[in-house]
Write a protein that binds this ligand. Sequence first.
Ligand SMILES: [Zn+2]
Ligand SMILES: [Zn+2]
Length: 141
Amino acid sequence: MTTGQIADMLRSKGLKVTPQRVEIIRFLQTHRTHPTAQQIYEHVLRKVGSVSFTTIYNTVRVLEQMGQVRKIPISETGAIYDIDTSDHGHFVCEVCGSVYDISYEVSFQILGQVKRTELVVYGVCEKCAGKDSATDIKAPS
Ligand SMILES: [Zn+2]
Ligand SMILES: [Zn+2]
């Protein structure tokens, strides 16, 4: 999305186009790291100079309602935001907090219609498993 398209999108939702809001969207588009609201806040603050938490929350909520962003609840860090709204799950490293996209397939036996699934797998990522500190995580024998 170009800055112009971002601006049009905000306007169509009755939101004023501010440098803060544009930066929130641009950050989500260019950093596919699944940021938390706190990380979005810190980035926009660095870039634009001033921003409130309310602006962050309101903007991501509008994006979520428009289907442009997915909010995924993570038990360690709170919710993360993903601009990739395709069906995929997440692997969360309990050591470094990194979030990785994973693909999976499940078949459900549900009487009704599945609207969406939310899969979060917790573990230790490859990078952290290679470190000595990872031995702390092993279950006691
Ligand atoms: Zn890790
Ligand atoms: Zn993702």
